[in-house]
Each structure stands twice: as C-alpha cells, then as structure tokens.
Design a protein. Structure first.
Length: 225
C-alpha cells in the first residue's frame, strides 16, 4: 500500500487539522498507532512540522470528511508523484539535512554495531572516511555530535532502517529482539495513556483548588458586634 512521501510530518498535520482517529492516521501514513499517539502528545524526539497531504495531492478533503464521519473508514490515497529511485551513486541529502548526518551515523554505530560502514554509507549517504572518524572519535566536530535516530532526523525512512538492521543481523547471526510493546490490544494501550493524562489533569486541578481555598483570608465584618 502506498503512503505519503513524509509520513510523520503528514501524521502531525492530520492530528492537528482533522478529527480522524489515531488508527485511521496510522493506517494512512503507514505508521504504528503509538507513533501517532507520540506525535499527538508531543513526546516525539523532534518537534515535527506538519505537511498538508491535500495540498500535496496525496488525499482529497472528501476522503478526509468520509473518515471523520466513519471511524472504521480507511482513507484512500491518490496517486502521488513517482518517487525517483537511485540505483547508482551516493544517496542525495538536502543541504538543510546534511549537518544532521554525523548525529544519525553516531546513533547507528551506538545502537546497531552489526551494521557495516558500507551499509551506513548507502543508508545515510556519506563516506567511509566520515564514518570511521566518528567511530574512533577523531571527527573534527566530535564534541558536538549527539546520537539521534536518523529516521527522526529525516535522513532515511523507518522501513529502510529496519531492512538494513534485519540484513545486518542475519549476516552476523544475531537474533533480533521481539518488540513486546506491539503485542496485545492497541486500543487498550491508548486508553491507558489517556487515563493517565486525565488523572494527571484532575490531580493538578485538585491541587490548585486546595491551594486557592487555603489562601483565602479570613474576613470579619468590622460593624458586626
């Protein structure tokens, strides 16, 4: 199933500008419902700038309105522009993202040491020299490099990263851990998160009320005898 060109940014826009359910947004953007929950709660590692899928001709307002009327409706994506797939040469990265490459490389080195320098170079679009400098901490800007998820930085997609991790783990004979967070009832997890937020709000309101009542000055009518 096709998905928006920038799924996380698109999900952020849909959360802020529509009444679609988290599940509908997750299905349309090809994300997990907990990722959409994190975007809605602003708990994602990076504050996302929303991307309008209507203006990008990826979905129509009619489709969005159908989804808002029926929570079980799944949005249908319009045929978007064909994405160019490079078969040779280094991966192109926009100028605005190039300064984030060292952070993404450092994150992969720290979290997935089984991935080779060649695989990192193809995924991020960098050179073996840069990767080696970050590995041995001889990079000229090593003091300012902070490991950050390359997906969050927009350097690659989650699917591309997952594919590289799976391939590297298989080659190294490493058994990939199972993410138990995805098991069980997804809606139950969301309801639990909502309940925690609601309880926190009630506790804060009760504390504020108690503080206000405790600060009320005792008033005595001077004319009452």
């Amino acid at each position: 199933m096709s998905q928006p060109l920038m799924p996380h940014a698109t999900a952020s826009w849909l959360v802020d500008n529509t009444a679609l359910s988290f599940q509908q947004i997750a299905d349309f953007c090809g994300l997990h419902i907990l990722e959409v929950q994190a975007i809605a709660d602003d708990t994602a590692a990076t504050k996302l700038t929303g991307r309008d899928p209507v203006r990008a001709h990826e979905v129509t307002m009619e489709e969005i309105e159908k989804g808002q009327k029926d929570p079980d409706y799944r949005l249908k994506m319009q045929k978007g522009p064909e994405q160019v797939r490079r078969t040779k040469g280094p991966r192109y990265t926009p100028v605005s993202k190039r300064q984030d490459k060292p952070d993404g490389i450092a994150w992969i080195i720290r979290n997935h040491p089984e991935i080779s320098d060649g695989q990192i170079g193809k995924l991020i679009g960098t050179t073996r020299t840069t990767i080696a400098a970050i590995r041995d901490r001889s990079h000229w800007n090593i003091a300012n490099i902070t490991p950050k998820d390359p997906v969050t930085l927009g350097l690659c997609s989650q699917r591309e990263l997952d594919a590289i991790v799976a391939k590297a783990a298989k080659a190294a004979g490493i058994e990939q851990p199972t993410d138990t967070r995805l098991e069980g009832d997804r809606e139950a997890l969301i309801e639990e998160l909502r309940a925690e937020r609601q309880q926190a709000a009630l506790d804060a309101e009760a504390a504020a009320r108690a503080e206000t009542e405790g600060e009320k000055p005792a008033f005595e009518d001077p004319f009452k005898r």
